[in-house]
Design a protein around this ligand. Structure first.
Ligand code: ADP
Ligand code: MG
Length: 686
């Protein structure tokens, strides 16, 4: 069997299963092997029901006491049944699993794996427990078990079996590193690493296997970056803008605030890039969240318009694009500048009209999602390109927009904005060809966010506090717990949480929820309502993380904060504290261990994203990476730019010493590596 073969060549995978894998974008044997576990878990000892801890994944063993019953919930029906052991009783719940009704037999004994929670009425229950076969439990007890991100209809266990089958039969899992290179880099062989990551024996070996696969992923990414850098060529010519001092000063004076010193400094840098020398600007603004980089985009775009060119800004989500559009309209319309919005969810007719205005040059500033780089969009004369939250895009996507702007041998200026704070040395490697500006300072009228890290016992107080803030005219975010099993559960959680909160809060408080898999129009609508103040509490998954700006929101409650990396929590928290009112962030932890609390306390001590990222690394030793990523937004499949910083340097060093003509050959010598090479699909983003 070859890596490129279709999944149906694996024993046990039929048409139906193949379809499920397709939903996960897994099409070949190679894709399957490269779908690494999201985390590992370990079955502990069986817990007596009477002594179950809350909110920890545990195994219980009990008799089914009564016939399982199906009940109707608000949104969907669920199945419930009571189990008991010598120490107590526990109610179990399952959504979307009606077939269990026939499977669970009264009087039989089963093993259940899941978390115990307290219901609204104060009763203990376990929701969505997994039923373990006794032989599986005893065989795997105290061993690492991989947990995969699967779609419904597939289980982690099944996936591991398919992978095992594939590993046994695949013939071309060739390494591109020879033994002496592996020794020097201190990484195991490729085939061994792939096996170990899926079939872990001990933590140390998994760590090594992971290091090897992270190395490969980063090596691929960096070689791709290098190619882009080289193809961009040295002789590229840029537009030579004038500085339009009078116009720019008037524009700055018309803004609703005065620029911070940090903003002024970065603006000077942008101006210098565009008005001196004749190479195009290629600048990255690394702005800590809330430091106000949007206005710098506005200034750059306005500069281009003054020079008679168009400017475009690309954002990773529709919601953010829409928000930028509104902000820019406010700033630009007094000058008679035509701002255009282009996103995927617009009707075909609207898109067509927008495209016409873009092509004719009638639209001067164009705001959009990656719709901006679609084939049918052509620009009249693009002089300035801004990408916001660059870490959410592929490098290729940015380059595509640049390509569209090339005209008469001139390349447009490029401004890249990212709110992921990374140390300078790393930024230099990862962003290769870009000059870097750092924006740390926050506007002077901001009060620092007040933070607290608390346990579940504090929840009632937190709700009271939220209620109080809302009564004084503000709004709140609740970030819902991340969900283990599958993305469809994610929805259930947010929706369920919203329903629960509706009941807890007084009637006049409006609560709405938002999650990633909602339709774009719906997300836009909800965000708009939230921005207008029509919604008081927004219960959301981490989709709000990217760039949303609702200055009237002053409280954020983050449930199960321990599941997130500190850098990501810092980003999330950045959604409050964006106006002049005092803001608050409550980090609620589902486990009160000293280590967890110590880690979360870092957020209470500092509002500096750069410092926080560093501390997260310090507090989590090597090998402490199972499950949590520091930053949720860099789309590598395994690598995390923070904790894998040393591997980034290792890969960079190795790449640098490899003769150029060998590079391509090397990558091709391993079908495994090259099968992961999808520069166009851009699975590597930065
Ligand atoms: P981020 O850097 O997180 O993307 P934004 O650019 O969205 O931040 O700005 C956050 C908020 O701060 C916006 O409401 C914006 O209008 C406001 N803002 C930006 N610069 C200033 C400033 N110099 N003084 C006061 N408010 C500012
Ligand atoms: Mg922003």
């Amino acid at each position: 069997m070859k890596l490129g073969d279709s999944l149906s060549s694996i024993k046990g995978i039929g048409e139906k299963t193949e379809k499920r894998y397709e939903e996960m974008d897994i099409h070949t044997v190679g894709d399957l092997l490269a779908c690494y576990p999201r985390s590992y878990e370990m079955y502990g000892d069986i817990m007596p029901i009477g002594q179950c801890p809350i909110n920890e994944r545990i195994v219980i063993e009990g008799f089914v006491e009564g016939k399982p019953v199906r009940r109707k919930g608000r949104r969907s029906s669920y199945l419930t049944c009571t189990v008991k052991d010598a120490t107590g009783r526990l109610e179990l719940f399952w959504f979307h699993m009606p077939y269990l009704e026939k499977m669970l037999k009264i009087g039989n004994r089963y093993l259940f794996l899941g978390k115990v929670n307290i219901t609204k009425s104060g009763k203990k229950c376990m929701s969505q427990p997994q039923i373990l076969k006794p032989e599986d439990y005893y065989n795997q007890k105290n061993k690492l078990i991989p947990v995969y991100r699967v779609v419904s209809g597939l289980s982690s266990r099944q996936m591991q079996k398919h992978i095992e089958q594939a590993l046994d039969d695949v013939e071309d899992l060739d390494d591109y590193l020879n033994a002496s290179e592996r020794k020097r880099l201190d990484v195991p062989a490729l085939a061994k690493s792939v096996r170990t990551i899926h079939f872990p024996d001990d933590k140390e070996n998994v760590s090594l296997a992971r290091k090897r696969l992270v190395f490969d992923e980063l090596f691929l990414f960096l070689s791709e970056m290098k190619k882009i850098k080289e193809s961009k060529g040295k002789g590229e010519k840029g537009l030579l803008f004038q500085s339009y001092e009078k116009e720019m000063d008037a524009f700055v004076a018309s803004l609703p605030f005065s620029l911070t010193n940090g903003q002024k400094k970065v603006y000077e840098e942008i101006l210098a890039d565009c008005t001196k020398g004749n190479t195009p600007m290629n600048r990255l603004i690394q702005g800590d969240v809330g430091s106000g980089n949007t206005v710098l985009a506005g200034l750059a775009l306005y500069l281009a318009v003054n020079y008679g060119y168009q400017g475009a800004i690309m954002a990773p989500t529709e919601v953010l694009a829409k928000q930028h559009y509104e902000t820019l309209c406010q700033w630009m319309e007094p000058y008679g500048i035509k701002v255009e919005l282009l996103t995927g969810s617009m009707t075909a007719a609207k898109k067509r009209n927008a495209c016409q205005r873009i092509a004719s040059g009638e639209s001067q500033i164009i705001v959009g999602t990656n719709a901006l780089i679609q084939e049918k969009v052509s620009y009249h004369c693009l002089g300035m390109i801004v990408t916001d939250e660059q870490h959410r895009f592929g490098v290729r996507q940015r380059e595509n927009l640049v390509e569209k702007g090339k005209k008469d041998g001139l390349t447009p200026h490029v401004l890249v904005m990212s709110a992921t704070p990374i140390p300078r040395t790393l930024a230099l490697i990862l962003y290769g060809d870009l000059s870097i500006s750092v924006l740390k300072e926050r506007p002077a009228d901001r009060l620092p966010i007040k933070n607290c890290v608390v346990g579940q016992a504090y929840r009632a107080t937190a709700y009271q506090f939220i209620e109080k803030e809302i009564k004084s005219g503000h709004q709140a975010y609740v970030i819902c717990p991340m969900v283990e099993e599958s993305d469809s559960m994610d929805v259930e959680n947010v929706v369920g949480y919203r329903d629960m909160l509706v009941e807890k809060m007084p009637e006049e408080i409006t609560v709405t929820c938002l999650y990633g898999s909602m339709k774009a129009e719906e997300k836009n609508r909800i965000m708009e309502q939230f921005s207008n103040g029509d919604i008081d509490i927004l219960v959301s998954t981490t989709v709000v993380e990217v760039g949303i700006n609702v200055p009237n929101a002053t409280v954020m409650l983050i449930e199960n904060a321990e599941h997130f990396g500190l850098a990501q929590l810092h980003q999330l928290r950045g959604r409050v504290g964006r106006g002049s009112a005092q803001s608050y962030c409550i980090f609620m932890s589902g486990n009160n261990s000293k280590k967890t609390m110590e880690r979360l306390e870092v957020l209470g001590m500092s509002n500096d994203g750069f410092y926080i990222a560093q501390q997260d690394l310090r507090l989590r030793g090597p090998g402490d990476f199972f499950g949590i990523r520091q930053s949720g937004d860099l789309d590598f499949s395994l690598a995390d730019i923070y904790q894998d910083a040393p591997v980034i340097e290792l890969a960079e060093g190795f790449l640098e010493e490899m003769p150029k003509e060998q590079l391509e050959k090397r990558i091709r010598s391993s079908s495994y590596l090259s099968s992961q090479f999808h520069p166009i699909r851009s699975n590597v983003t930065l």
